[in-house]
Design a protein around this ligand. Structure first.
Ligand code: ATP
Ligand code: ZN
Length: 299
C-alpha cells in the first residue's frame, strides 16, 4: 500500500552529481531528513523519498521498478541502454527532463606524440574506456575497426602503462587530460543529468506527484537566469526600453501618480541582466532601476 503512496527517487550517494541533485530537489520544496551514510532519506513534507546509490546502479533501479525516478548522467544511461540492446533487450526507462548540471562529454584523447590524422587514425588501435558500448556504437557508425580495452577506472593512465594507444573518457574542464599529457581530439557524446522514470504505470497519486514535480523542476530551471526588473521611464521612451529588456515578453506598465508623462515598468527578464544593459536602459531615459532575483515561477 505504502508503495502506491510514496515516490522513490534514486540519487548518486556521493560524487559529482550529489549536491546538485539535492539542491534542485530542495528548490522544488523537498525537505529531507538524512543522517550521514543513510541509504534512504525520507521526504518530510512531500510524498517523495530518496535512495542514495552509486550512479551506475540508477538505470537498473528504475528499469526494475525498485525506484520510480532517478537522476543520472546521460553517459551512464546511454551505456546501459546500448549494453542491453547488444543483448537483444530493450531498456525500460523514459527520460522526462534534461537538467542543467553534470555537463561533460565523452571524448577521444591521444597521448603526446600520437600522430592524429582524424578518425582514420583509430584503425587497429587499442582504445581504453569505461564506456565500451557507447564507443562500440561510435566505431560502428563510422565503419572503423579498433580494439576496445574495457577498464573500470583510471583510464587516463592506460596509455602510459602500455595498455592502450589512446583513451575514450569523460571530460569537463580538460584539466585531467592536460595533467596526464593527453590531447582531446574528438567528442563522441555530450552529456548532462537527466531525470528518468519507470515505464510502469504508477498509482494515480504518484502520477499526479510526478506531474507536480516536473512543473516545479521547470520553474526552478526557468528562474535560474531570470531577474525581475523595475524602472521608471518617460512614456516616449517605452518602445526603445522594451527592445532593451532582455528576454521579456510582456512588461507591466504602471502610471505614476502626479507625473502623466512617466510610467513604471516591471518585467521578468528570462536572461541575466548585466550592468551594460542597465547602462543602456539609463541611456534610453530610464531611472530608478532595480533588479531583483526571482525565487519561484509557475507558468
Ligand atoms: P559512483 O561511486 O557513484 O559510481 P563515479 O566515480 O562513477 O561515482 P563521479 O566521478 O562522481 O562518478 O561522476 C558522476 C557523473 O558526473 C558522471 O557519470 C558524469 O555524468 C558526470 N560528470 C561531469 N563531469 C565529469 C567529469 N569531468 N568526469 C567524470 N564525470 C563527470
Ligand atoms: Zn559511477
Amino acid at each position: 500500500m505504502d508503495k502506491d503512496l510514496r515516490l522513490k527517487l534514486a540519487v548518486q550517494k556521493s560524487g559529482r552529481l550529489t549536491d546538485h541533485s539535492l539542491d534542485i530537489l530542495s528548490r522544488c520544496g523537498l525537505k529531507i531528513s538524512r543522517g550521514k551514510d543513510q541509504l534512504i532519506a525520507v521526504g518530510e513534507n512531500l510524498p517523495l523519498d530518496i535512495l542514495f546509490v552509486r550512479d551506475d546502479d540508477i538505470p537498473d533501479l528504475v528499469q526494475e521498478d525498485v525506484c520510480d525516478l532517478g537522476l543520472v548522467g546521460l553517459n551512464v544511461l546511454e551505456e546501459r541502454r546500448l549494453e542491453m540492446a547488444a543483448r537483444g533487450q530493450q531498456a525500460q526507462f523514459q527520460i522526462l527532463r534534461s537538467l542543467d548540471f553534470g555537463r561533460c562529454r565523452l571524448s577521444l584523447a591521444v597521448p603526446e606524440g600520437f600522430d592524429w590524422q582524424g578518425l582514420q587514425s583509430l584503425r587497429g588501435k587499442r582504445i581504453a574506456t569505461t564506456y565500451p558500448a557507447v564507443l562500440a556504437r561510435y566505431l560502428a557508425e563510422h565503419s572503423l575497426q579498433a580494439e576496445i580495452v574495457t577498464l573500470s577506472g583510471a583510464v587516463e593512465i592506460a596509455p602510459r602503462l602500455g595498455r592502450a594507444d589512446l583513451i575514450c573518457d569523460l571530460v569537463s574542464s580538460g584539466s585531467t587530460l592536460v595533467a596526464n599529457r593527453l590531447r582531446e581530439v574528438e567528442t563522441i557524446l555530450q552529456s548532462q543529468v537527466v531525470l528518468i522514470r519507470t515505464p510502469v504505470k504508477l498509482s494515480e497519486f504518484k502520477e499526479q506527484w510526478i506531474t507536480r514535480l516536473l512543473l516545479r523542476i521547470d520553474g526552478v530551471e526557468q528562474v535560474k537566469e531570470s531577474k525581475y526588473i523595475m524602472l521608471h521611464a518617460p512614456r516616449s521612451a517605452l518602445p526603445r526600453i522594451r527592445e532593451l529588456l532582455p528576454g521579456s515578453e510582456f512588461p507591466t506598465i504602471i502610471p505614476l501618480e502626479g507625473s502623466p508623462d512617466k510610467v513604471a515598468v516591471h518585467a521578468v527578464c528570462r536572461e541575466n541582466v548585466f550592468w551594460e544593459t542597465l547602462e543602456s536602459l539609463k541611456g534610453a531615459g530610464a531611472s530608478a532601476l532595480l533588479v531583483l532575483p526571482v525565487e519561484k515561477m509557475l507558468s
